[in-house]
Design a protein around this ligand. Structure first.
Ligand SMILES: Cc1cc2nc3c(=O)[nH]c(=O)nc-3n(C[C@H](O)[C@H](O)[C@H](O)COP(=O)(O)OP(=O)(O)OC[C@H]3O[C@@H](n4cnc5c(N)ncnc54)[C@H](O)[C@@H]3O)c2cc1C
Length: 176
């Protein structure tokens, strides 16, 4: 027992935050938040918030992999598989954006150091799973989410700011 109540710790955290100034606040330290932080301008001072510890997010649990348009001939099939999996309620423009942007995202993740499985000739190995009718999934063993998330985390310095899962991202410490 330290004699400091939860309410006291919370008040101390709130008081500390009153003196913090940031350009951007990102709620969430999963792949979405981390990737956003890394792709915002380097001049931005960013605060990242996490509800729990950094390991406790769905991104760390994702096993299978991440899909990519690796062949233009696969576009129609990829689009249809995605729409069918979403019971055709998906916004078509968003699905198109996701598919068209997938290759650049995978290339970006590779450049950040994500170790997707490769064939002996060095090309990416693709597997098939879930709603996908063709092999178009990049993966790392059966811990793809952990591989991506820990790699992104390694590029975003996380400093714990208080006792309630509030973390700040110092942009200037990002590795090149
Ligand atoms: C078992 C499992 C397997 C999966 N397999 C795959 C797969 O193979 N391929 C695939 O593409 N997807 C898969 N998914 C889905 C994928 O993991 C998620 O779509 C993805 O990780 C979502 O990322 P995110 O950053 O949006 O959310 P998360 O990774 O869940 O991160 C959410 C973040 O928000 C924070 N947060 C939540 N509430 C608050 C709050 N009130 N205030 C502040 N912070 C808050 C959390 O602490 C956390 O840091 C799988 C999911 C699970 C659970």
């Amino acid at each position: 027992m330290t004699g400091v109540s939860d309410a006291g710790i919370r008040k101390e955290g709130i008081n500390k935050m009153r003196d913090m100034y940031y350009d951007v606040v990102i709620a969430g330290c999963g792949v979405a938040g981390l990737y956003t932080a890394l792709r915002l301008g380097r001049d931005k001072k960013i605060l990242m918030l996490s509800k729990e510890d950094l390991e406790s997010c769905d991104s760390m649990l994702a096993q299978g992999g991440i899909c990519v348009l690796h062949d233009e001939n696969d576009y129609d099939s990829y689009f249809e598989d995605t729409m069918r999996a979403g019971h055709y309620e998906n916004r078509k423009e968003s699905v198109d954006l996701m598919i068209r942007g997938s290759r650049a995202i995978i290339d970006d993740l590779l450049s950040l150091g994500v170790r997707f499985a490769k064939n002996p000739d060095g090309t990416l190995a693709y597997t098939r799973e879930g709603a996908h009718s063709r092999p178009r999934i990049c993966f790392h063993e059966d811990i793809t989410g952990k591989e991506i998330t820990t790699t992104l985390l390694s590029h975003v310095k996380i400093d714990e700011c208080d006792h309630h899962g509030i973390y700040c991202n110092d942009r200037y410490s990002r590795r090149e």
